[in-house]
Design a protein around this ligand. Structure first.
Ligand SMILES: [Zn+2]
Length: 472
């Protein structure tokens, strides 16, 4: 079987090779878009399940709004239309006739959802309104990078309305924490939580928050965003409610989203030169059983192990494909990132054991068939933790604290990674830093030190500690 381009040789080709050879996704005949293959979709479904569970635990309900939005809706919020205009796909004809009001294929659903909220929200008793939608969105792209940048992608978008600013701000922070919990506990990926700068915030928001993760090539990936929208959309759509004093008020709103980019993140954070490495909690198959000989007793024992693992709550597949060597099968499942491989041959069977091989470290241990489900469960837990520890160490190792602009520029150019530095808050300094280094302010971490150095660019008093990096 053909391997992948080594990461050290060409990271971008390595990524594309892994996504294609592990059968996560493929290029579609339509420029800018991708086809998610069954294995990639199974991974996305596990991401969905984890997030959906947390959304429901925090009181949200799922709903579905139409794909097509009247163009006039998008134009109602000035910053929103300005931000999204360049990437809109617009339907001008329908049923063979030119449309009076063209329709936009949703790039995000703030506007259509607000047109409905205006009907549904009449009194403070209708609040908070906590809605989530799982959907596809379209934002025109000329370059395709599977899972990272495509014209159409899958995501979820939360939309909520609240009586007070404080409640809405708390909601926006809470949902960012949900994303962070997902990244760390499920995707085994450490993230930095913080506020976006004015230049980087969502079009139409008062304030945007993000989680930022470090990829294997030391670039940052924005893995989830949450926005406090203020009353901007409520005013644009005349969404008003009677408050507790019987006065008409505009509700305060939030929106928050995470997408199939999370699949790309999982590939880039954990993958290696043998292919994917999946965190057990997200892996479509947590374990694969590979019989070493096509011998009836070995096959039977392999099925026995598969059954025992299933009963132990472990997602397990048995590779009984005929005519393929065990070596080929090992490579194939390594490419697909299955966390645990269980090998059983005649000699193992005779001694009542099987071999457990870890995808992350390659370590192989022989365990007794008696307690194999418990041993596998322990190892899976250990793998999940090890992946997180490794990713954390990687992020720490490639984080630096430049005190001068030269140090920052040199560091971005020579080594890459995350750079923590003080910033005066001026948009001009932010733009200059980006112009000279190609690094952007990823966010202003919630965790701020008591004292700050002068701005790394202009030397004026530092206002915020920021995280700078090149980003996807
Ligand atoms: Zn400055």
């Amino acid at each position: 079987m053909k391997g992948v381009t080594p990461r050290s040789e060409d990271y971008s080709r390595w990524y594309t090779d892994v996504v294609q050879r592990a059968e996560l996704a493929d290029y579609s005949p339509v420029r800018g878009s991708m086809v998610i293959r069954p294995y990639g979709y199974a991974l996305w479904e596990n991401i969905q399940k984890a997030l959906d569970g947390m959304f429901k635990e925090t009181g949200h309900q799922n709903a579905y709004f139409p794909l097509l939005i009247p163009h006039s809706f998008i134009e109602k919020e000035a910053e929103h239309v300005e931000g999204f205009s360049p990437e809109l796909a617009i339907v001008t004809h329908g049923g063979g006739k030119e449309l009076d009001d063209p329709l936009v294929v949703r790039p995000t659903s703030e506007t259509i959802i607000n047109s409905m909220f205006a009907k549904w929200i009449k009194s403070y008793r209708d609040l908070p309104l906590l809605i989530n939608q799982w959907a596809n969105v379209v934002r025109w792209e000329m370059r395709t990078r599977l899972f990272l940048r495509t014209t159409e992608f899958l995501w979820q978008e939360g939309h909520t309305a609240h009586e007070t600013e404080e409640e809405a701000r708390d909601e926006a922070r809470l949902m960012l924490e949900v994303y962070a919990r997902f990244a760390e506990e499920w995707a085994a990926t450490p993230v930095i939580l913080g506020t976006k700068t004015e230049a980087e915030k969502f079009a139409g928001a008062v304030e945007s928050f993000s989680i930022e993760a470090m990829m294997g090539d030391l670039k940052a990936l924005q893995a989830g965003t949450s926005h406090y929208l203020g009353q901007n959309f409520a005013r644009a759509f005349e969404t008003r409610f009677l408050d507790r004093n019987n006065e008409l008020q505009y509700p305060h709103q939030t929106s928050w989203g995470a997408s199939t980019r999370l699949v790309g993140m999982t590939v880039m954070v954990h993958g290696d030169d043998q292919g994917l490495v999946l965190p057990p909690k997200l892996a479509p198959h947590q374990a694969v059983v590979v019989p070493i000989r096509d011998d009836d007793s070995v096959i039977e024992a392999a099925w026995g192990i598969t059954g025992a693992l299933h009963e132990g709550g472990i997602r397990t597949t048995m590779d009984d494909r005929e005519g393929l060597t065990p070596g080929f099968k090992f490579n194939d499942w390594e490419m697909k990132g299955v966390p645990l491989r269980i090998e059983i041959g005649q000699r193992d069977l005779a001694s009542g054991t099987a071999v457990l091989a870890r995808r992350d470290s390659g370590t192989r241990t022989s365990v007794s068939l008696e307690g194999i489900a418990a041993a596998a469960a322990d190892l899976l837990e250990d793998i999940q933790q090890s992946l997180f520890d490794k990713a954390s160490a990687h992020m720490d190792e490639h984080t630096s604290y430049p005190s001068t602009f030269e140090e920052l520029a040199e560091g971005v150019k020579e080594e890459g990674g995350f750079f923590h530095a003080a910033w005066c808050g001026s948009p001009d300094c932010e733009a200059q830093i980006q112009h000279h280094t190609q690094a952007t302010i990823r966010n202003i971490p919630f965790d701020q030190p008591d004292e700050l150095a002068p701005c790394v660019f202009c030397g004026a008093p530092g206002e915020h500690l920021v995280v700078l990096a090149k980003a996807y």
